[in-house]
Design a protein around this ligand. Structure first.
Ligand SMILES: NC(=O)c1ccc[n+]([C@@H]2O[C@H](COP(=O)([O-])OP(=O)(O)OC[C@H]3O[C@@H](n4cnc5c(N)ncnc54)[C@H](OP(=O)(O)O)[C@@H]3O)[C@@H](O)[C@H]2O)c1
Length: 251
């Protein structure tokens, strides 16, 4: 059987837990050499320990362009190229209109918008013909969720980046797509309601009841779609938003 990502070098930001970690596992299984990032060293170490294959964890805050530059300098020195970039680091918290603070806005937009922009820009010199950039969006970017407007706006910005960057990079053979998960069982999702397992289960049950498939997603289901977008199977797929969401964005 041919591996879908054989010989490819991939960076997955925010790869230490949740969706990014599931992607890293799949990418390695498909033959890629994977660099995964995150801010917490302990989570990075655990992620690397959970993956059998060519993977390395690098502590990088995606909101800091200097740290991103150092990451891509290292990849340039080692490989001279990058085939797959997943700008996945991100997340948010909940505050309703009327209570939104500057710190809430800055944190959300730094992680999701500033981080995505400067991740892709710093990687650009390493991306050549046939490379794939995947931006992690969200169904929240195209619908309404109570107390989640800042996060939703940040993910709408991510989706807009992909539409526009395919024009800026026209002719270079770099594909850029947005992968938008629906509610997916990860630490980032359940911790939106704190650390109480009963409240976390309540959130998952509530979300599942709104999804046409009647359940929330598993991170590996998002990872499988990422393998497709990263691979040469998606050689003419460019600028799309691929929803992997049990149908919630379509109703
Ligand atoms: N789960 C869902 O239902 C869902 C739905 C739609 C979209 N998404 C999106 O999917 C992506 C992954 O989320 P997840 O649910 O898997 O959450 P998660 O389990 O909290 O994972 C987030 C990852 O990103 C890292 N991270 C966060 N901010 C970072 C920063 N500034 N620099 C570097 N790394 C950073 C985290 O590690 P550190 O905290 O150690 O940095 C962690 O590795 C996010 O972009 C999220 O918005 C999730």
């Amino acid at each position: 059987m041919t591996l879908k990502l054989a010989q490819k070098v991939a960076v997955i930001t925010g790869g230490s837990t949740g969706i990014g970690l599931a992607m890293a596992k799949r990418f390695v299984k498909e033959g890629a050499t994977v660099y995964l990032t995150g801010r917490r060293q302990a989570e990075l170490d655990m992620a690397v320990g959970a993956i059998d294959g060519t993977v390395e964890g690098v502590r990088v805050d995606s909101a800091d362009p200097a740290q991103l530059q150092a990451l891509f300098d290292r990849i340039k020195a080692r490989h001279g190229k990058l085939d797959v970039l997943v700008a996945n680091a991100g997340g948010g918290s909940m505050l309703p209109m009327g209570q939104i603070t500057e710190a809430h806005f800055d944190d959300t937009f730094s992680r999701n918008v500033k981080g995505t922009l400067f991740t892709v820009q710093a990687a650009l010199p390493l991306l050549g013909n046939g490379s794939s950039v995947i931006l992690t969006g969200s169904t929240a970017g195209s619908s309404g969720t109570e107390a989640f407007s800042v996060y939703a706006a940040s993910k709408a910005a991510v989706r807009a980046f992909a539409r526009n960057w395919i024009l800026d990079l026209k002719g270079r053979g770099i594909r850029i797509n947005t992968l938008s998960p629906g509610p997916t069982k990860t630490p980032g999702l359940v911790e939106l309601v704190g650390n109480d397992p009963a409240q976390q289960q309540g959130l998952l049950d509530h979300l599942a009841s709104q999804i046409p498939m009647g359940r929330v997603g598993d991170p590996d289901e998002i990872a499988k779609a990422a393998v497709f977008l990263a691979s040469d199977d998606a050689s003419f797929v460019n600028g799309i938003e691929l929803f992997v969401d049990g149908g919630i964005a379509q109703i």
